[in-house]
Design a protein around this ligand. Structure first.
Ligand SMILES: [Zn+2]
Length: 236
């Protein structure tokens, strides 16, 4: 039997560029589930991705997928607006979501059936429900940001998150417009402001961090998980 397309999936992303122990990375990526299912990482299959590659839609069976490393930009295909920069430990909603890797990364995938075998049905359900809740919270945060904040503040927050992992990212303004769902003109105006204030330098499709403090002051404070762990984002 083929499960319906709407079957629940969980994705988790991980960061790359640093030599890490895959076992430790996997354990860290699944930290949000350790209280429910300790050792869950032992059931995971790991897939690695290059920068610029796209996240393929999940196979049509219930599955937990979580980012173990890297930065994955997720776009809601229905609204083309809701964007999350998913990093290690981020659950990725499966439906109507596409993703592009900003840097190399990897995903842990655990079929729901394997979680049931290992921990029982009630624990498996709790794991999947928590993953769905985390993904929904991230998506809602982005939607609120779209309504409340300017393109400049939103892009600044987005870049702040990216620059926690790297000092340079290869992204054209066309890429930014496509990934964020913003109008190209809005992206151009916002990037002109961000660059004019000295936060970043933009050249030949690359965006380079110049002043993290300035970028933080320009950024909104949406995205509770990321901002809560980065007090510097709350100073502006
Ligand atoms: Zn915001």
């Amino acid at each position: 039997m083929t499960p319906p397309e709407s079957a629940t999936h969980l994705y988790i992303a991980a960061t790359d560029g640093v030599a890490t122990d895959p076992a430790n990375t996997s354990s860290g990526a699944l930290a949000a589930f350790h209280d429910l299912a300790p050792g869950l990482e032992d059931l995971a299959e790991r897939s690695d991705f290059c920068a610029g590659s796209t996240l393929t839609r999940p196979r049509p069976s219930p599955c937990l997928r979580i980012i173990a490393a890297g930065l994955l930009v997720l776009t809601d295909e229905d609204s083309a607006l809701c964007v999350t920069v998913a990093d290690q430990g981020s659950p990725i909603p499966s439906r109507a979501t596409s993703g592009v890797w900003l840097n190399g990364g990897s995903i842990l995938e655990i079929p729901a059936a394997r979680v049931v075998e290992g921990y029982g049905a009630s624990v498996a359900l709790a794991v999947l429900e928590r993953a769905a809740a985390l993904a929904q919270a991230a998506a809602q945060s982005e939607l609120v940001c779209v309504v409340r904040h300017t393109a400049t503040r939103r892009l600044s927050r987005w870049l702040s998150q990216i620059f926690r992992q790297t000092d340079t990212v290869t992204l054209s303004q066309a890429d930014l417009a496509r990934l964020t769902g913003l109008q190209r003109t809005s992206v151009c105006q916002a990037m002109a402001t961000i660059q004019g204030d000295g936060a970043v330098k933009v050249a030949r499709g690359k965006i380079t961090l110049r002043d993290a403090g300035v970028l933080s002051r320009l950024a909104c404070d949406c995205g509770g998980r990321a901002c809560a762990s980065e007090p510097r984002l709350l100073t502006g």
